[in-house]
Design a binder for this molecule. Structure first.
Ligand SMILES: *Cc1c(COP(=O)(O)O)cnc(C)c1O
Length: 429
């Protein structure tokens, strides 16, 4: 029986590590850089990618792979690779198919770190990114595609603006231009949305957030749907469809078929650039994943209560939460994540910037932290913290209003969260 046939809750608990007779029931931490073989020929075949097996943890490690396969099963993908951070996941996801001279398109409402990576660092590597308004028409988005465009990128739920991506529309546009759609599914998690079911080709994650869920370990993941036909656009993706000199002329699509993209990411990018998670961190991630299906509904239930409370509070200027009927993204959220979006709410208080800061400083249980999306309710002012390197214009592009407060609602008792918010708001008046 394959675990991919199971429901998501069962996959969270059961997928990944499959012990054989006498092996540990719980996923072991293979804290070893290297693996033993009986003779030189066996090792040589591994290096030629002619045989599967572990030889060096920078390329593959059994603990990491078990957790990667659980995430692949959750997303309904055919393979996944773990990375040491979400940043590394998004970098590799793009760099696996883009090289100097190439171009890709990104929905502008994305995480600040992703915005910097795409607009500054990838540019230095010769890869150009055009940011577009995700709500623009098909025709407007079509116009920014170029002959050298290699991918379209967006976040299921944007951090911190809480915009919902119209995945079907984005997939349609990407495929019309012969490129894959890459979706960062960090906030929704596969419990609430599985982008492959709506046409996305590659999914990325910062597992640091809900997947780990306890703020224990920074990590990331790339998942391959196996759906994109690289050979149908062979000239566009020579890295996958032409011989790789660093692997004795092996061609990924020919040697690995549907697994070409994810195999190249591991055997070429991870080999050359590193950024693997430690097996210890993957062990923590796996424990987090075992309860993801229990935590996400609670995050959504609590956030819905908090959003509705904020919505009618006289000191609150505005609230963005896709679970609110009046929200701009309510309909899209109903379509793509009918069970709920996540625990993150964006809102602003009436008054000036000092009032927002006073409010956050007055919170008692809820802490100001850079982190988001874990069991503990926390708060952040992106314009003064995570996004402070962006100009006002870039803030606008990234969907971050200067007065936006990002509230990440945890899984505590909703009454206690509301009580803390209430006393802190009242303290500024
Ligand atoms: C946090 C985050 C990232 C970056 O992940 P790290 O694990 O912090 O490197 C990428 N995308 C989204 C949507 C995020 O929230």
């Amino acid at each position: 029986m394959t675990t991919t046939k199971f429901k998501p809750g069962t996959i969270c608990v059961q997928a990944g590590w499959k012990p054989k007779k006498g092996e540990p029931r719980i996923l072991p931490i293979y804290q070893s850089t290297t693996f033993k073989y009986d003779n030189s020929e066996q090792m040589a075949r591994l290096f030629d990618l002619k045989e599967e097996g572990y030889f060096y943890s920078r390329l593959q490690n059994p603990t990491n792979d078990s957790v990667a396969s659980k995430i692949a099963a959750l997303e309904g993908g055919i393979g996944a690779m773990l990375t040491s951070s979400g940043q590394a996941a998004n970098f590799y996801a793009v760099f696996n198919i883009c090289e100097a001279g190439d171009h890709f398109v990104c929905a502008s409402a994305v995480y600040g770190g992703t915005f910097n990576l795409f607009s500054v660092t990838l540019k230095k590597l010769g890869i150009d990114c055009t940011f577009i308004d995700a709500d623009a028409s098909d025709e407007e988005i079509d116009k920014v595609f170029r002959p050298n465009t290699k991918a379209l990128f967006g976040e299921t739920l944007s951090n911190p603006g809480m915009a919902v991506l119209d995945i079907e529309k984005f997939a349609r546009i990407a495929h019309r231009h012969g490129v894959p759609l890459i979706v960062d599914n960090t906030f929704a998690t596969p419990i609430n949305c599985r982008p492959f079911e709506w046409g996305a080709d590659i999914v990325t994650h910062s597992t640091t957030k809900y997947m780990d869920g306890h703020a224990s370990a920074v990590g990331g993941a790339i998942v391959d749907s196996g759906h994109f036909d690289w050979d149908a656009h062979a000239d566009q993706f020579p890295g996958l469809t032409r011989p790789d000199e660093s692997y004795h002329g092996l061609t990924y699509t020919r040697a690995f078929g549907k697994m070409a993209y994810i195999t190249k990411a591991t055997s070429q990018l991870m080999r050359d650039l590193g950024s693997i998670p430690s097996p210890q961190n993957s062990f923590y991630l796996n424990i987090g994943l075992e309860t993801l299906h229990l935590r996400m509904p609670r995050h959504c239930e609590n956030a819905q209560k908090v959003a509705e409370w904020l919505k009618v509070h006289p000191s609150v200027k505005w609230v963005h939460y896709p679970g609110l009927k009046e929200d701009k993204y309510y309909q899209l959220a109903q379509k793509y994540m009918p069970q709920g979006s996540c625990g993150v709410i964006a809102f602003a208080l009436k008054g000036n910037r000092e009032d927002a800061i006073k409010f956050m400083d007055a919170l008692q249980m809820i802490c100001i932290v850079t982190h988001v999306a874990d069991a503990r309710t926390c708060v952040l002012h992106p314009a003064s913290h995570t996004h402070r390197q962006l100009s006002d214009e870039q803030l606008g592009e990234a969907g971050v209003a200067p007065d936006l407060i990002r509230l990440s609602v945890g899984i505590e008792d909703a009454e206690d969260i509301l009580a803390d918010l209430s006393q802190a708001i009242n303290s500024i008046r």
